[in-house]
Design a protein around this ligand. Structure first.
Ligand code: FES
Ligand code: FES
Length: 163
């Protein structure tokens, strides 16, 4: 089967790759673009480890075909930090010890960013509901939720206080 040429934007940069029509976006990110932060946990849309943001919407990249990325704007975990400066969510995950093995962490961080993009001041209930599709087998969820709410508060404060 002939390969398809895909032109897209990943973390603000133009990107292009060749892919088989049946290849998932997750596999293309990892294997063609060497962006291995997004993980494959289940491959069936159940764990959230592969979460990316496509044109502002949170999606499981294991459920999206790579060819569907044509002309889209993709955000992955690799785009969260600015150089050596961690995103507030990353910093708060560290401060709250919201990870152990870390396998779920890229997906949780991307999903949390999508939450705060949509709702900068979520309640605990809203955060728990939003992240219900991101499974973690080792940390539990309390520390994650505390980290997300703490990051949200800090980001709101940063917006109020001009640097
Ligand atoms: S690997 Fe995509 S949801 Fe689990
Ligand atoms: S930290 Fe291990 S699966 Fe979440």
């Amino acid at each position: 089967m002939s390969k398809k040429h895909v032109t897209t934007t990943v973390n603000g940069d133009p990107a292009e790759f060749l892919t088989d029509p049946g290849t998932t976006l997750l596999d293309a990110l990892r294997d063609e673009l060497q962006l291995t932060g997004s993980k494959e946990g289940c491959g069936s849309g159940d764990c959230g480890a592969c979460s990316v943001i496509v044109d502002g919407r949170l999606v499981c990249s294991c459920l999206m075909l790579a060819v569907e990325a044509e002309g889209r704007r993709i955000e992955t975990i690799e785009g969260l930090a600015h150089g050596t400066e961690l995103h507030p969510l990353q910093q708060k995950f560290l401060e709250h010890a919201a990870l152990q093995c870390g396998f779920c962490t890229p997906g949780l961080l991307v999903a949390s960013k999508a939450l705060l993009d949509a709702n900068p001041d979520p309640t605990e209930e809203q955060a728990r509901y939003w992240l219900a599709g991101n499974l973690c087998r080792c940390t539990g969820y309390d520390k994650v939720i505390r980290a997300v709410l703490d990051a949200a508060a800090e980001m709101r404060q940063e917006r109020r206080v001009p640097a």
